[in-house]
Design a protein around this ligand. Structure first.
Ligand code: ADP
Length: 608
């Protein structure tokens, strides 16, 4: 109780009002008087009390009871005040633990009385009267103790030390262990509760031997209540009761803390779920205290900023790109006014690499002053890269389309001039030119349509079983007809695949066209078929210049072109992306092996 009050032993002997002056104006003193005057029991749960602990007035929550304890004649001679500090339970946090202290104090009192009695024994001859009084004290103390055992709102069981017989047990204890009184009385503790013997008998023996109390926290028991087994959590103590320095009994004191444990577990559960959600989104989080400039950050936050641990606020601010500092400051300024923080900026890591971040936060105010910002952080480098690629693509696409359109326009203007002169030599040339421009335009438009179909998942597959070797031999006739490159087909001639023939034809044509386009001097282009497990593998190999290793990972990205200039024929960076979409939809894989100066091999696999 002293601990709960935040006082020391100097309160003993004082009136409650003097001991706890801060209770003035709170309902407790009046309640106390009422219990004393009317001889009743008053209890409360989760009752808030203001107590001065450590020089500071704080709010605590208690489950408490004022119980008028009566003598034989029915008169109240004291009030048994028990209280459980449930502040942490009420606040949804960790521990509830007390009552032990009170009973220990009471035990100490009993011991003190005992010692006094012992001491007085020596003076027996001198003072019969004082002995009488001490006997009375002891008797009263014992009585008081017994009535406390009975009335205490926690489970209590007194066990004799020498033979472990149960001497006294209250109803709360019986309820906690799920036993009837006759199952415990006149038995040793381990006869009564054999399932606990293995674990706890050695511990109890040790307490008896050493006189040192043992405490267990949140021990899980399975109790059968009304026929159904139920897990309960208890805090319990083995408190040795000493006489003459020898342990004569063990007081087992147990409190059911299931509600507290369950409450905490559900909080931990929610926290875990939030943590997982934040992790899944790869979101960093921060909590900035604007009063003292301190900032708490998550690991992910630190990593995004390029640090391997938490650093002071100013250090995070310092790695923001100089060109983005002004924007960031403006965003903070705006946040103080409208309560919401949002900005995107670049940060420069120690190794010089630049990363894009997006910061979002909410401002909290006290007396209309911003005091705290809670927020999240995302690495949006990849998002920015894709956006940039898309912007680049639009300019490339317009540019690519503009060239054939301009020449088509020119040809048509010339045709307009010579249309009435069928003998003009220009006529066939102009028609030929127009048709080539037109061809280029329609190829580009076809690419664009394919990609938009692919991204809208409209690419529907019409699967049949066909011989892959036959497809390789019949596709790409335009290359064979041009007679510049030699297509060499090799490998398993019987292999059948289950796939969309038109789609696969498109993939092969794309790969062969690329070989012709990017390896124009490679006279032979090798097409091979092989069986790998339950897949067919098709490879297109050229002896061209190859592709730099750092570009390989991006080749199948949308709009990616390894050579942004140099090749007249380079397209929109869509061909390989479309191929990979088609193959992925078949459940296959697509890849490339290439080395500068040693040609490139593009391959894909298909289920048989
Ligand atoms: P594009 O429409 O630009 O040809 P692709 O997606 O078909 O787009 O190809 C992406 C890039 O991959 C091309 O820009 C080119 O630089 C490179 N590439 C593709 N095939 C080859 C190859 N056989 N040899 C060298 N580079 C190639």
């Amino acid at each position: 109780m002293i601990e709960i009050w935040g006082k020391d032993k100097s309160v003993i002997g004082k009136s409650l009002e003097d001991a706890l002056p801060e209770l003035k104006g709170q309902p407790f003193i009046d309640l106390f008087k009422k219990v004393w005057n009317e001889g009743i029991t008053v209890s409360g749960t989760d009752a808030a009390a203001e107590l001065e602990v450590g020089g500071e007035l704080q709010t605590f929550y208690f489950d408490f009871e004022y119980r008028a304890v009566k003598n034989d004649t029915g008169n109240t001679y004291c009030i048994l005040h028990t209280a459980t500090d449930v502040t942490e339970r009420v606040l949804g946090a960790e521990r509830v633990q007390n009552l032990t202290e009170e009973l220990r104090a009471s035990n100490e009192e009993l011991m003190a009385a005992n010692e006094e009695l012992n001491a007085s024994n020596e003076e027996l001859s001198e003072s019969q009267q004082s002995l009488r009084k001490l006997y009375d004290d002891l008797a009263e103390s014992d009585l008081r103790f017994r009535s406390m055992v009975k009335q205490a709102p926690v489970g209590l069981c007194i066990i004799r030390a020498n033979d472990l017989y149960i001497q006294d047990v209250n109803d709360n204890y019986l309820e906690l262990v799920g036993r009837k009184r006759n199952e415990l009385e006149n038995k040793t503790i381990w006869e009564a509760i054999p399932e606990a013997a293995q674990l706890y008998a050695p511990i109890m023996n040790e307490v008896i031997k050493s006189g040192v109390p043992f405490m267990a926290k949140e021990h899980e028991l399975i109790l059968v209540k009304e026929g159904t087994p139920e897990p309960v959590f208890v805090d319990f103590v083995y408190e040795p009761m000493l006489n003459d320095g020898k342990v004569t009994a063990i007081m087992v004191l147990a409190i059911d803390v299931s509600a507290k444990v369950m409450a905490r577990r559900s909080i931990e559960d929610v926290e875990e779920r939030i943590r997982l959600a934040v992790e899944a989104a790869e979101t960093g989080t921060f909590d900035l205290d604007m009063v003292n400039g301190k900032m708490l950050t998550s690991d992910r936050f630190n990593i995004i900023f390029g640090f391997d641990r938490q650093v002071p606020w100013e250090m995070y601010a310092a790695v923001i790109h100089p060109d983005d500092q002004a924007g960031r400051n403006a965003a903070h300024q705006a946040a103080y006014e409208n309560g919401k923080l949002f900005y995107e900026a670049r940060v420069i890591h120690n190794d010089g690499t630049i990363h894009w971040i997006r910061v979002q936060g909410k401002v909290y105010y006290k007396n209309e002053k911003p005091v705290r910002i809670l927020g999240t952080l995302l690495d949006i480098t990849e998002f920015r890269r894709l956006q940039q690629q898309k912007d680049d693509f639009i300019s490339i696409a317009s540019h690519e389309l503009k060239t054939p359109i301009t020449s088509l326009k020119a040809s048509l203007q010339l045709l307009e001039r010579v249309k009435n002169d069928p003998s003009s030599e220009l006529l066939p040339k102009l028609i030929d030119q127009s048709s080539r421009s037109m061809h280029k335009i329609s190829a580009l438009v076809e690419d664009l349509l394919n990609v938009s179909r692919a991204s809208k998942t409209e690419l529907r597959l019409n699967k049949t079983t066909f011989n892959i070797n036959e497809l390789l031999n019949t596709c790409c006739n335009h290359i064979r007809a041009a007679n510049k490159h030699h297509l060499v087909t090799r490998g398993d001639r019987q292999l059948q695949v289950y796939a969309d023939e038109h789609g696969i034809d498109q993939v092969i044509v794309n790969l062969v066209n690329n070989a012709v386009k990017y390896a124009p001097d490679s006279m032979e282009i090798h097409l091979t078929v092989s069986k790998e497990g339950d897949m067919a593998k098709i490879a297109v190999k050229d002896n061209g210049p190859g592709i730099p290793a750092d570009k390989l990972p991006f080749l199948f990205d949308r709009y990616y072109r390894a050579e942004s200039s140099g090749y007249q024929n380079s397209g929109l960076g869509l061909g390989l992306y479309i191929c990979s979409e088609i193959i992925k939809r078949h459940g296959g894989q697509i890849g490339v092996e290439s080395e500068l100066g040693h040609g490139s091999t593009f391959w894909f696999t298909l289920p048989l």
